[in-house]
Design a protein around this ligand. Structure first.
Ligand SMILES: Cc1ncc(COP(=O)(O)O)c(C=O)c1O
Length: 370
């Protein structure tokens, strides 16, 4: 197979060999459904799901009944909006968002606004570093916080933002999109104090199809999805729900992906992406007058625009040179608008990347951007 430089970890992480092997072993030797069988094999799968749930809980400092498996961050963020819609009278609600948001974090609320189901959207101010301006966090009913932008790669002070929001409104419902943050930083949901936190498995080395949804008070909410596995008993007069997390997990879970998720977390905790590579490429690109870097040197990502070259053209040339990176608006239109560009080029690294990958990238850039 052709050797490529994969600088697109932030779009999707490459899979560690141990994750691939765990998936193969599960599919070949241990496969059965979870929560439905009584044979030993089904018991192993039930135990595996709960083992991985406990691993996720330890990873983010949650309790096991607060960890729900969803399909990905987008699914988690949409489900949180539905859970809130079902459990609160949202007609008068204001929802605060920020221009750091990924489309997946903000569009579910914009859709509720468009349908006239919530009262208004408030956009949080950003400071001169494009961080959420903590002093001006507004009084609001719902607050969506992007813990790390997928374009700028800077960690937000989630704990402080939530504490200011709670001072303004003790009942504020806080939702944290931790999809990029979780790759680079240890998460402690208890010190954050958020009501909901979401992340995607495929961005930390698991397969696509599994995501993490943390719910601080799962017993407070009725579920948003109904079907097999979430109900204890159905009677003529209604149903008795299982407790959390099962009541939020209607239908068959993505078992192979869950199996890999536990292994992926072990791997990520052993080796996080080496951000010195980002600093190295930053310093080198900074010497090129035609390149305008949008991120700061100690960011988790390197985003930039090239004077006189469309990001898509740049990406195509890099692709033709076996270098994979992300170009375009990256599902983050708002921050691009703030930065005054339609799109950008993003380099993101994973534990597999080396200095020689960076040197290959830089040599191609220096050849095409003179
Ligand atoms: C910050 C952020 N939030 C949400 C998402 C959506 O993730 P997924 O496509 O895995 O649902 C992404 C994906 O790029 C992201 O970077």
């Amino acid at each position: 197979m052709k050797k490529i430089v994969y600088f697109d970890a932030a779009a999707s992480f490459l899979k560690p060999e141990s994750v691939i092997l765990a998936g193969i072993d599960f599919l070949r030797n241990r496969y059965a459904n979870a929560g439905r069988g009584v044979c030993a094999r089904a018991g192993w799968v039930d135990d595996m799901v709960e083992r991985v749930r406990a691993r996720v809980a330890r990873f983010i400092n949650a309790a096991v009944n607060q960890v729900v498996f969803v399909s990905n961050a987008t699914d988690g963020l949409n489900r949180v909006a539905h859970i809130i819609e079902r459990n609160f009278d949202i007609a008068g609600f204001s929802v605060a968002v920020s221009d750091l948001d990924h489309h997946s974090a903000r569009l579910p609320w914009q859709e509720l606004l468009r349908l006239g189901k919530i009262r208004k959207e408030i956009v949080c101010d950003l400071d001169e570093n494009f961080d959420i301006k903590i002093d001006s966090v507004p009084k609001t009913d719902v607050l969506v916080i992007t813990a790390m932008s997928n374009v700028l790669g800077r960690a937000q002070d989630v704990e402080k933002i939530i504490s200011v929001a709670r001072k303004r409104n003790p009942d504020v419902i806080t939702i944290v999109d931790a999809t990029q943050y979780i790759v680079h930083k240890k998460i402690d949901v208890q010190s954050w104090g958020a009501d909901f936190v979401v992340a995607s498995g495929h961005k930390i080395g698991a397969d696509t199809g599994v995501g993490i949804l943390y719910i601080r008070n799962p017993d407070k909410y009725s579920p948003d999805k109904f079907g097999g596995g979430m109900v204890m008993r159905v009677a003529d007069t209604g149903m008795i729900l299982n407790e959390s997390p099962e009541c939020f997990e209607a239908g068959t879970l993505p078992l192979t992906q869950i199996c890999g998720l536990g292994v992926a977390i072990d791997e990520l905790e052993k080796s996080r992406p080496d951000l010195d590579l980002i600093k190295y490429m930053y310093d080198e690109l900074d010497k090129n007058k035609r390149i305008k870097i949008l991120t700061v040197r100690d960011s988790a990502l390197l985003s930039f625009v090239v004077d006189g070259m469309h990001p898509l053209d740049f990406g195509a040339i890099m692709g033709a040179n076996d270098i994979c990176l992300r170009v375009g608006n990256m599902c983050a239109s708002w921050i691009h608008r703030v930065l005054g560009v339609d799109g950008s080029v993003r380099v993101s690294v994973g534990p597999w990347n080396t200095k020689s990958d960076a040197d290959k990238f830089l040599s191609v850039v220096n050849k095409i951007v003179k």
